[in-house]
Design a protein around this ligand. Structure first.
Ligand code: CP
Ligand code: NVA
Length: 303
């Protein structure tokens, strides 16, 4: 059976725990004789319709380290950019490739790609989800505190973004409490907020940023203007201004609360410089972990 990672929902509790263990193993054995090469003789396509620094490089490095070859495809330079359909592209590319990593706009394009592909499809971000980042974030939490139970993560900002959606899902599966501080205009989707995803975690939403960060062990934020939403920038800046993660807000969380951000950060907008540079910030460990977790994801899905 071909296995895809399209939303993150495909990873249930049992497999999530295995993924955490495998990610830890990938991290510990990196560059040693124990490092595994499950992608030997495989080529993995990487279709990108949006910009990327971390995702592109961590996937390319990860594929290389697992023994495979990465083929980067700027979507606009492929025939997709000239109107070749998703089903045709899927049926052609999956005859060559062992897997396809794709970053694009519409979630429906990824779903359609998977429907017609004979190799696994991995979502590297859409307007709706960013599962590789959210799974990495759960791994990072576990690495820092050694447990999920009893952990609260607060999220400030755009509660309807791909990151908010994926973190709601991943928090449920991991078993943490996730509280979103977001305005009415950018409140989390009811459908995702109310779905347990078969996990023991809990998710809540408040309009009050101080309430969201109260007793939080981790505080997460993301850009106010996600890729593809640039036309709404002015309006978003105005409405999301009270949700900035600054020192005063950080001090309302648990003492020593750790700060997370998927990056890239827009310093001075959703997060201030002093918070980014504070000892509480674990954003670069989080970025590094993308490599280890994605290696675990590929080793699990691409057979
Ligand atoms: N966090 C993340 O996905 O970063 P990039 O946009 O640089 O890939
Ligand atoms: N929400 C952001 C995440 C970037 C990694 C965006 O979609 O632009």
């Amino acid at each position: 059976m071909i296995r895809h990672l399209l939303t993150g929902e495909e990873i249930g509790k049992v497999e999530f725990e295995k993924l955490i263990d495998l990610s830890r193993e990938m991290k510990a054995t990196r560059g040693t004789a124990k490092a595994v090469k499950p992608l030997a003789d495989k080529s993995i396509g990487m279709i990108f319709a949006k910009s990327s620094t971390r995702t592109r490089v961590s996937f390319e490095v990860g594929i290389h380290e697992l023994g495979g070859q990465a083929i980067y495809l700027d979507q606009s330079k492929t025939q997709m950019g000239r109107g070749e359909t998703v089903p045709d592209t899927a049926r052609v590319l999956s005859r060559y490739l062992g897997g396809i990593v794709i970053r694009t706009y519409k979630q429906s394009d990824i779903e359609e790609l998977a429907q017609y592909s004979s190799c696994p499809i991995i979502n590297a971000l859409t307007d709706d989800y960013h599962p590789c980042q959210a799974l990495t974030d759960m791994f990072t939490i576990y690495e820092k505190v050694g447990k999920f139970e009893g952990i609260k993560m607060a999220y400030l900002g755009d509660g309807a973004s791909n990151m908010a959606n994926s973190l709601m899902m991943a928090s449920r599966i991991a078993g943490i409490h996730f509280e979103i501080g977001a305005p009415e205009e950018y409140k989390p989707s009811d459908a995702i907020l109310n779905n347990t995803f078969g996990g023991s975690g809990t998710v809540s939403w408040t309009k009050d940023p101080a309430e969201a960060v109260k007793d939080a062990d981790f505080i997460y934020t993301d850009v106010w203007v996600s890729m593809g939403f640039e036309e709404e920038a002015k309006e978003r800046m105005r409405i999301l201004d009270p949700y900035r993660l600054d020192m005063a807000t950080l001090l309302k969380a648990k003492p020593g609360a750790m700060v997370m951000h998927c990056l890239p950060a827009h310093r001075g907008e959703e997060i201030t410089d002093d918070v980014m540079e504070s000892p509480n910030s674990i954003v670069f460990d989080e970025a590094e972990n993308r490599l280890h977790v994605q290696k675990a994801i590929m080793a699990t899905l691409i057979k």
